[in-house]
Design a binder for this molecule. Structure first.
Ligand code: RAT
Ligand code: ZN
Length: 428
């Protein structure tokens, strides 16, 4: 056992250093390693073309959307650079993130030009950028989002006889099941084209048995193919469970039994309101409050399944945290998407510490572009350290003995071990 920490500033410094330096497992991203070819996003143009920034670029430019979508990717990046970084100051979280990223990569942010930034990235290979981004963010493991219905991604997995897609062991797969759960009719026709006899209407009594069998056969084949660390789905704010509808049938008769069979956790990300403005394409999604009794019911009715849960709306966070106290098969993770801003991370993380101690996963990055790991984690680490320090100081004020080992163990649980222990896997 290490030395006891003797004063408040030493405690603060110990926590800050521990949170800054502890290796992170990033439990939900949209990243891919270079072996996935064009699916991998990296570089300054991709950083600028992030859908969080696309939405912001139109706030003062209502008329230009059609023109924007017709541009080449480099021209789109130029447009966003001009609107958000030249015509105005990058004060929002997503724009500030680009500045943090460029700065930490050693680039000149004082009066840097887009052409200089492009030159830097052109001089680096994708593999070098993976090493640099993982190194600067001190992330050791990331979980991808792998959609077996997506034609481009599916083809890559099916063609990968040499195992190159999984050769970079820092990247872990996760089987994303949104199309099956949220768009069954369209997905059914795609699955039929791949040789699975799935009816468009799973509630149809006549074909239900066969549809359940065929959906299970499809998901099982993909589990065997990609060896996911969990099964995942985002769900609309209207998610309700249980009921007579197709989503409950698919969960109860297909996904949850398979998850039990393969000892896989199910990640639920609920509270989306997709495409409130389709003109913005991927940037057109929004948020609404979720019925948390559906989360309560799924945990209660399926005690032999484990659920990683994140909800998108701020107003749902306190109740979800209370629910997590009641079910040991529920692990809360991350401050998702519109919640991934410093003020909300601070509020939500404080609630979680106060109600759950260290039994939660404070953050995931949701990075879509490799280098976003750098800013998303640098910003989040600062807030996590601040909140953890405040909690520890309250103990310290009452003379509770604390060692650096205690702090480091807590931080390692929060940033990596809670995830691996909960899903009952080990990093490769
Ligand atoms: O945060 C995002 O980038 C969103 O567009 C979504 O991808 C969300 O995180 C999701 O996984 O559905
Ligand atoms: Zn995501």
């Amino acid at each position: 056992m290490g030395q006891f920490i003797s004063d408040g500033s030493q405690l603060e410094e110990t926590i800050t250093q521990a949170v800054k330096n502890t290796a992170i497992t990033d439990v939900h991203t949209h990243l891919y390693p270079p072996a996935f070819g064009q699916l991998m996003s990296s570089g300054v143009d991709d950083l600028l073309n992030y859908h969080y920034l696309i939405a912001e670029a139109f706030l003062k430019n209502r008329v230009e959307k059609e023109k924007f979508w017709g541009l080449e990717s480099a021209e789109q990046a130029q447009f966003i650079w001009q609107r958000l970084f030249v015509d105005q100051r990058p004060l929002s979280e997503a724009t500030r993130g680009v500045v943090t990223t460029l700065k930490q990569l050693g680039l000149n942010t004082k009066n840097g030009k887009l052409s200089d930034f492009r030159e830097f990235f052109e001089g680096k290979s994708k593999t070098e950028m993976v090493d640099l981004s993982f190194g600067l963010s001190k992330v050791t493991d990331v979980v991808m989002t792998n959609d077996p219905i997506d034609e481009i991604e599916a083809a890559k997995w099916i063609d990968d006889s040499s195992g190159s897609l999984t050769s970079d062991r820092r990247f872990h797969s996760a089987l994303r099941l949104d199309p099956i759960l949220n768009d069954c009719p369209n997905t059914a026709s795609k699955l039929r084209a791949r040789g699975y006899e799935v009816d468009s209407d799973i509630t149809c009594e006549k074909s239900r048995g066969e549809t359940v069998t065929e959906l299970s056969r499809f998901i099982t084949a993909w589990i065997k193919r990609i060896d996911p660390v969990y099964l995942a789905a985002s769900l609309p704010s209207s998610f309700s469970y249980p009921n007579q509808e197709s989503r409950t049938i698919i969960l109860d008769e297909v996904i949850l039994p398979i998850a039990r069979k393969f000892n896989l956790t199910v990640a639920i990300m609920a509270g989306t309101k997709r495409q409130i403005n389709p003109d913005l394409r991927l940037a057109g999604d929004s948020v609404a409050s979720t019925d948390i009794s559906a989360i309560e019911a799924i945990c209660r009715r399926n005690p032999n399944n484990r659920f990683l849960v994140t909800l998108l709306s701020r107003e749902d966070q306190h109740r979800l945290t209370v629910v997590a106290r009641k079910f040991s098969n529920l692990m809360i993770f991350g401050c998702w998407w519109f919640l991934n801003t410093p003020s909300l991370i601070e509020e939500i993380t404080t609630i979680r510490f106060e109600l759950l101690g260290t039994s939660f996963i404070p953050q995931h990055s949701d990075a879509r572009v490799l280098e976003q790991l750098i800013y998303k984690w640098s910003h989040s680490r600062q807030i996590i350290a601040k909140v953890l320090t405040a909690q520890y100081l309250k103990l310290f004020e009452n003379d509770w003995a604390i060692t650096a080992d205690d702090v480091e163990a807590d931080v390692a649980d929060l940033l990596a071990n809670n995830f691996w222990n909960f899903i009952q896997r080990k990093p490769r």
